[in-house]
Write a protein that binds this ligand. Structure first.
Ligand SMILES: Cc1cc2nc3c(=O)[nH]c(=O)nc-3n(C[C@H](O)[C@H](O)[C@H](O)COP(=O)(O)O)c2cc1C
Length: 410
């Protein structure tokens, strides 16, 4: 079977409202091992050995990040679980939270112990309000069982903005300020939430931790490929027969997820990583899903042969422009200018320079935007120009024909 479950191994097997069903499956054994037999440094070393990388999009090595926070000379430290999940087509964290909140709480409890945080926040996407009671109940049950003696876990509901998933905007949001990215440095491990050392990790990242503690970093390293260890949880939607959430070993070909599991047919392109994710054409479905090639947030959208690529990129850009916090000019203005070019292409007013202008603007945005939103926004633009250039050329040619027609006919 192409699926390999580590993070989602308890999903569907336990009752998310009842901690005893989780304990019956071996739940909280990793926390007990951590607190009774391991020092915080032991845990960090195990995570470093595992080479676990963040699953929220940036793919930063967890052990390295945790060590920086651990060594930061402050008494007060924070852990934040990023459950904002607002990327287009991404719903794998929703699935994990709804089906198995206890593994997340266990991962949070181990991580907080390792870095020396006494308070952890779960920043929950505003639209996931329906999960609030379930999560609150899971935290209460973990407390009653005595698993959270070293830690206060609090939930903060999100502000309803995609940018609030970006770690520095997220911290602003928890602090009650406008959700805007911060300049870096200082990095959160040094000066994060309320100016204290802070670790921010994605839901899926934290849910890997218990199994690494139980089975060891070396075990985890044997799964996956190259510099991408372990598995990845994907949410897949679009032109597929079986949309949903699937967990695969890192390095699995795109085809396995899209065709074998999700049953896609007549594929034209696949976008991996949401609105600002990479676009790959049909003839590259053997591309491995890994940090070295493409991954992002884990949201995969399939487009069949009837889809128009320029229109699809246009729609992505509208989303990104609306969600830009507006703090930096390249992202705020760049996304607007791109929308204007796509709008002209669509209504038959494209000009040959549009393609070069999109490429030049992409380069400028990637180099000079303040955060990942503006830096990644041009990725689908560049990919579509690379693989589907003829669709742009067709639109421009049609525009030229229209321009030559007498006004009364055009
Ligand atoms: C615009 C934008 C939105 C983001 N949204 C999320 C999100 O919803 N969830 C998430 O875990 N990371 C998100 N990230 C990445 C976070 O900034 C950060 O890298 C991540 O939470 C770190 O956790 P990890 O190391 O476990 O991946 C976003 C980044 C950007 C630029």
């Amino acid at each position: 079977m192409p699926e390999k479950q580590i993070v989602s191994m308890n999903c569907g097997k336990i009752d998310p409202d009842n901690i005893d069903t989780h304990i019956d499956q071996g739940g909280f054994k990793a926390l007990q091992k951590s607190l009774e037999k391991m020092t915080p440094e032991d845990i960090i070393n195990e995570i470093k050995t595992s080479e676990l990388k963040g699953r929220g999009g940036a793919g930063f090595l967890c052990g390295t990040k945790w060590e920086l926070a651990r060594k930061a000379g402050e008494n007060q430290k924070y852990l934040i679980c990023n459950a904002d999940e607002s990327e287009v087509g991404t719903f794998k964290d929703r699935h994990l939270l709804a089906k198995d909140p206890f593994t997340l709480i266990e991962g949070i409890a181990i991580t907080a112990y390792a870095i020396g945080a006494q308070t952890a926040f779960i920043y929950l996407r505003a639209e996931y309000h329906f999960l609030l009671d379930l999560l609150t109940n899971a935290i209460e049950q973990a407390k009653e069982k005595g698993f959270l003696k070293h830690l206060a876990v609090q939930i903060r509901e999100g502000a309803g903005a995609y940018i609030c998933g970006e770690e520095s905007a997220l911290m602003n949001s928890i602090e009650g300020r406008r959700g805007e990215s911060r300049y870096k440095p200082p990095f959160p491990t040094e000066k994060g939430l309320f100016d204290k050392p802070t670790i921010i990790n994605n839901v899926e990242t934290l849910m890997n931790v218990p199994q690494i503690i139980l089975n060891g970093g070396e075990w985890f390293k044997t799964i996956g490929t190259g510099n991408s260890r372990g598995t990845k949880v994907f949410s897949i939607s679009g032109d597929v027969e079986k949309p949903g959430v699937y967990e695969l070993e890192m390095g699995s070909p795109v085809k396995e997820l899209v065709v074998t599991l999700a049953g896609a047919k007549n594929i034209k392109a696949v976008q991996v990583g949401g609105a600002s994710g990479s676009i790959i054409p049909f003839d590259q479905l053997d591309t491995p899903l890994s940090f070295e090639t493409l991954l992002g947030s884990g949201g995969v959208i399939v487009f069949n042969n009837e889809r128009d690529i320029t229109d699809m990129v246009h729609q992505s850009m509208i989303f990104l422009s609306e969600e830009s916090c507006g703090k930096c000019t390249p992202c705020r203005e760049g996304t607007e200018v791109m929308i204007e070019i796509f709008r002209r292409l669509e209504i038959g007013e494209g000009v040959p320079e549009d393609m070069e202008n999109l490429e030049a603007l992409s380069e400028a945005m990637m180099l000079s935007s303040l955060c990942g939103l503006g830096q990644a926004a041009p990725i689908p633009v560049l990919d579509s120009l690379k693989y589907f250039r003829s669709e742009y050329e067709d639109r421009i040619e049609k525009s030229q024909i229209l321009r030559r027609l007498p006004r009364s006919i055009a």
